[in-house]
Write a protein that binds this ligand. Structure first.
Ligand code: ASP
Length: 439
């Protein structure tokens, strides 16, 4: 078995956490390629090293003193090094960083040092080779990740290496300057490495035992999801982002490598397996429920809309012309609704409305704000009759009015629009009917 194991910031926040990680790696000889994040929070009031680095660089850029804060960052690493009893000094590295900050090496360079230094510590601790991600992960001038070039260089480099540590989150642009992924991007690096070495499994170690069927802030102690497909996870992306970076799916998905979300603080827990496809039915009819508040429905009416060729395109073009992305577009014979993010829409509202009038010449436009969207997702829904009926009955039972219904043609999801104020109640009712009542 060849595995890539990525460890998140909270898994590497202190020497004690590093030890747990060390034990996990030693427990399985297949864990050959390790991708660390920067040290995260040691307690809820603590600050992540990445955030400290951003602050520190901001001060340097503004011409303020930053050496004290840099000293505090160094202390975070020294504490780990001391706690692990390693014979390692980061003195020279920090001198280089101090000079680079003074020379304004860039915000992304600054942030990347968290992973870079943690990679050096991790490699020293494990006795694995350290590979600077700037030599093997590439971005173009605009900061877009170059997947194929990276895959070629990285797989070549790792071919002859039995074991290695590759820090997460960053790589380099065409001129060698350091570029980073968006926050939480070490998950993406792990996935890229897994693809490059054709791993059997990509383990993503974090501080929760995988995905839950519903948000624990809404449902007390929700059940966990043992297995989920990439597609289901995409449909549940409203909830996924805090556990796994959305973009981390793509490299492994291409290569058909499963991801296992695991808990560093509870390694014996199974966690969640994310797979390409499975014949294993989900435990419940639904795999998960996720949602988000803060949408606006732009309801557009025009007589004989169904007969007008190009009407939908013109409407959507109006949104495009104002740089607004849409979430859902349910329609009727003479109506079409476009669901957009309220926050994004508010600033451009009038410009969008006049663009629709100009481009699509509707009879009427009506706006409805403060709506929430809830996605009920499950690969088993297809083979079960009455899923929609059960959802609607559950919502009717708790007096929640459904504003919109949208079922994807894959029958993998049913999206429901409700008022923001009904959001939590609706999720509870759906969870109850499909999960709680089945326990
Ligand atoms: N350290 C980076 C962050 O805090 C990247 C990561 O942890 O994945 O966002």
């Amino acid at each position: 078995m060849k595995k890539v194991a990525k460890f998140g910031g909270s898994s590497l926040a202190s020497a004690e956490q590093f030890r747990k990680v060390g034990e996990i790696i030693l427990a399985d000889t297949g864990r050959r390629y390790i991708v660390p994040s920067a040290p995260g929070k040691r307690s809820s009031k603590d600050t992540k090293v990445t955030d400290m680095l951003y602050q520190c660089y901001e001060a340097a850029e503004a011409g303020n003193t930053y050496t004290d804060l840099l000293g505090k960052i160094k202390e975070r690493y020294d504490e780990i090094i001391r706690g692990l009893g390693l014979d390692l000094s980061l003195e020279e590295e920090f001198q280089k960083i101090e000079v680079s900050f003074a020379e304004k090496a860039g915000k992304e360079y600054a942030a990347s040092r968290g992973e870079y230094l943690n990679g050096i510590v991790m490699a020293n601790y494990l006795g694995y080779e350290f590979i600077d991600a700037a030599e093997v992960i590439f971005f173009d001038q605009e900061g877009k990740f170059k997947a194929d070039h990276t895959n070629k260089v990285l797989s070549n480099r790792l071919k002859s290496l039995e074991r290695a540590v590759i820090p997460g989150f960053y790589g380099a642009g065409p001129d060698g300057t350091v570029k980073t992924f968006s926050r939480g991007g070490s998950d993406i690096t792990g996935s890229i490495v897994a693809r490059a070495v054709r791993a059997d499994l990509y383990e993503n170690w974090t501080d929760v035992s995988g995905f839950l069927v519903a948000d624990p802030n809404i449902i007390r102690n929700p059940q966990s999801i043992k297995m989920i497909t990439y597609k289901e996870l995409r449909e549940l992306s409203y909830m996924g982002a805090t556990v796994l970076h959305e973009d981390a799916i793509f490299p492994v998905r291409k290569a058909g490598i499963p991801i296992n979300i695991k808990n560093t603080n509870k390694p014996e827990a199974e966690g969640t397996m994310i797979v390409q496809s499975t014949c294993r039915q989900a435990e419940y009819t639904i795999t998960g429920i996720a949602g988000k508040k803060g949408f606006v429905a732009v309801n557009i009416e025009k007589d004989m809309m169904n007969a007008e060729i190009g009407f939908g395109r013109k409407v959507l073009e109006a949104f495009e012309s104002q740089g607004i992305s849409f979430e859902h577009v349910p329609s009727g014979i003479d109506t079409m609704s476009v669901f957009v993010h309220q926050e994004e829409f508010e600033g451009r509202e009038q410009a969008v409305l006049s663009a629709i009038h100009r481009m699509a010449e509707p009879d009427m436009i009506e706006l409805e704000s403060d709506l929430a969207l809830i996605a009920v997702v499950g690969r088993s829904m297809k083979s079960n009759r009455g899923v929609a009926a059960r959802i609607f009955a559950a919502l009717a039972h708790v007096n929640i009015n459904i504003k919109m219904i949208d079922q994807g043609s894959s029958e993998l999801n049913i999206i429901i629009g409700v008022k923001n104020s009904d959001f939590e109640g609706a999720i509870k009712a759906i969870y109850d009917i499909f999960v709680e009542s089945q326990l």
